[in-house]
Design a protein around this ligand. Structure first.
Ligand code: ZN
Length: 159
């Protein structure tokens, strides 16, 4: 039933209808969220390693954001420009020779990484440049340091 109130509806009836409508909206939202959490997304890319991990932890919406970054990563080129202890510094190029480049640091020991584009700090999802470097090092899962709980399917569940 949609929200309906006519001129003859009393205040009590109005609030009754209002409460029922709001309750129904909430139930529909909860159902959508429940289905979104249970859904296994499909992808044009094989769902393995980083992408598979993303499909297991992110909501469908954020999985699509990650998938887009993953797709962009396939079009980048990376070169090591510095190596110190266990930390590597990469220049990651996007869009061919005329395109932009960003610097990504990667620590082989603990998988900690950072990128000059700072997309992770803004969006909470690792950027295509970091994905490129993780992929090159055959990292199979998104390091836990880069998974913000509020971005995951488990944001509203108990620990
Ligand atoms: Zn980046």
């Amino acid at each position: 039933m949609d929200f309906q109130a006519s001129k003859t509806t009393s205040v009590t009836e109005f609030f009754g209808i209002y409460e029922m409508t709001v309750r129904r909206w909430r139930e529909e939202e909860e159902l959508k969220e429940f289905n979104s959490i249970r859904a296994t997304p499909t992808s044009v890319f094989p769902l393995v390693d980083l992408l598979q991990h993303a499909s297991q932890i992110y909501t469908l919406h954020l999985f699509r954001v990650f998938e887009k970054e993953f797709g962009l990563a396939t079009g980048t080129r990376a070169a090591i420009i510095q190596f110190e202890d266990s930390t590597l510094l990469y220049r990651v190029h996007t869009g061919g020779n005329e395109g932009l480049s960003h610097h990504v640091t990667y620590d082989c020991g603990n998988h900690l990484t950072d990128c000059t584009c700072r997309k992770y700090q803004v969006m909470g999802i690792i950027c295509s440049h970091i994905i490129r470097v993780l992929h090159m090092h055959s990292v199979k899962e998104i390091p836990t340091a880069y998974i913000r709980r509020r971005c995951t399917k488990f944001a509203k569940t108990e620990v």
